[in-house]
Design a protein around this ligand. Structure first.
Ligand code: CP
Length: 303
C-alpha cells in the first residue's frame, strides 16, 4: 500500500507485518541502537492543522530515528491564516520534495483528499471524528505485547464513541486481527449507524467489565460537542467513569488503556490512570516504534 488513510487499508497480514516490524524497532532501541540510516535522504512533513502532543512528537521522533529529514508544519502561524487552502499548502510541500506527509486535520476525509494531490505517501494522523489508524496500530501492539495475542481478546471501548476517531480505527483493526470489541456508551454518545460496525454495543459498563481483557477509556471530547449537550462530569463519571471500585470488577490479567489526552476525574480517576494495570505511558512509548515501522514500510526504506 502507498498511503495509510484508514485502519481498513490493512488486511491481517499487513497489520501483523507492521506490528512485527515495530517489535524489531523496539528491540533495536532496547539494544541502544538509537538511529538507523534507513530513510537517509528522504523528507517527512508533519502537517498539523489540529493540536497534538503524542502523535506529532512521536512521528517526528520516529522519522528522525530512521534518519529522515523532518519538516514540521503547524497551521498556526502559517499562511493558512491568510486563507491558503489545504491543496495549495500540499502543493507547496510537494514542491519542497516531501516523500511522506503526516497529516492531522479537523475535517474528516482531509487525508484522502491530500492523497490525490501529492506524489508521496500520506499518513493519516487523525482526521476529524473519522480515523486515527496509527493510534489503533499502537494500541494493538500494546495489547499484543501485554497479553501475548489479539485473536479472541475481549476489548471494551468506553465513552464518547460518537466523536472518537480512535474508536472507529480500533474497531476496524481489532476486528481484522480477530479480537471482539464491545462499545460501551450512553445512547447519546454512540454514532448513527453503529449497528453496522463490527462490534457489539452496551449501555452498561459494570456488566461488560468482568469479561473484558482490555478496557479502553475514551476522552469526552467537549470541544466537539454543542454546549447544551455537555454531560455533567459527576453523572458521567458515576455511570461511565473507571474508578478503583470498577477496576476491581476486571479479571486479574486485564489492562486499562487510554489514547490520551485524559480528562482525569471524568472518564478515568487518577488512581486508575496511574495504576499498574494502566498501559497509558507504555502506549506512548510504543507509538514511536509503530510509527517507525509504518514510515519504514511505506517509504520503502532498506536496512
Ligand atoms: N492520542 C493522540 O492522538 O494524542 P494527541 O492528540 O496528543 O496526538
Amino acid at each position: 500500500i502507498r498511503h495509510l488513510l484508514s485502519a481498513a487499508d490493512l488486511d491481517a497480514a499487513t497489520a501483523t507485518l507492521v506490528l512485527d516490524t515495530a517489535h524489531e524497532m523496539a528491540l533495536l532501541a532496547d539494544r541502544e541502537v538509537k538511529k538507523l540510516p534507513t530513510l537517509r535522504g528522504r523528507t517527512v512533513v508533519n502537517l498539523f492543522y489540529e493540536d497534538s502532543t503524542r502523535t506529532r512528537i512521536s512521528f517526528e521522533a520516529a522519522a528522525k530515528r530512521l534518519s529522515a529529514d523532518v519538516i514540521n508544519f503547524s497551521a498556526k502561524g502559517s499562511s493558512v491564516s491568510k486563507g491558503e487552502s489545504l491543496k495549495d499548502t500540499a502543493l507547496t510541500l510537494q514542491a519542497m520534495g516531501a516523500d511522506g506527509v503526516v497529516v492531522r486535520h479537523p475535517a474528516s476525509g482531509a487525508p484522502h483528499r491530500l492523497a490525490h494531490w501529492v506524489d508521496g505517501s500520506v499518513l493519516n494522523a487523525g482526521d476529524g471524528t473519522h480515523e486515527h489508524p496509527t493510534q489503533a496500530l499502537l494500541d494493538a501492539y500494546t495489547m499484543r505485547s501485554r497479553l501475548g495475542r489479539l485473536e479472541g481478546l475481549n476489548v471494551a471501548i468506553v465513552g464518547d464513541v460518537l466523536h472518537s476517531r480512535v474508536a472507529r480505527s480500533n474497531v476496524l483493526l481489532l476486528h481484522t486481527l480477530g479480537a471482539k470489541v464491545t462499545l460501551v456508551a450512553p445512547p447519546t454518545l454512540l454514532p448513527v449507524g453503529v449497528e453496522a460496525w463490527p462490534a457489539r454495543t452496551s449501555y452498561q459498563l459494570d456488566s461488560v467489565l468482568p469479561d473484558s481483557d482490555v478496557v479502553m477509556m475514551l476522552r469526552v471530547q467537549r470541544e466537539r460537542m454543542d454546549e447544551a449537550y455537555f454531560p455533567s462530569a459527576r453523572e458521567y463519571s458515576r455511570r461511565y467513569g473507571l474508578d478503583t471500585a470498577r477496576m476491581r470488577r476486571l479479571p486479574e490479567h486485564a489492562i486499562v488503556m487510554h489514547p490520551g489526552p485524559m480528562n482525569r476525574g471524568m472518564e478515568i480517576t487518577p488512581e486508575v490512570a496511574d495504576s499498574v494495570r494502566s498501559t497509558i505511558v507504555e502506549q506512548v512509548a510504543n507509538g514511536v516504534s509503530v510509527r517507525m515501522a509504518v514510515l519504514y514500510l511505506l517509504l520503502g526504506g532498506k536496512v
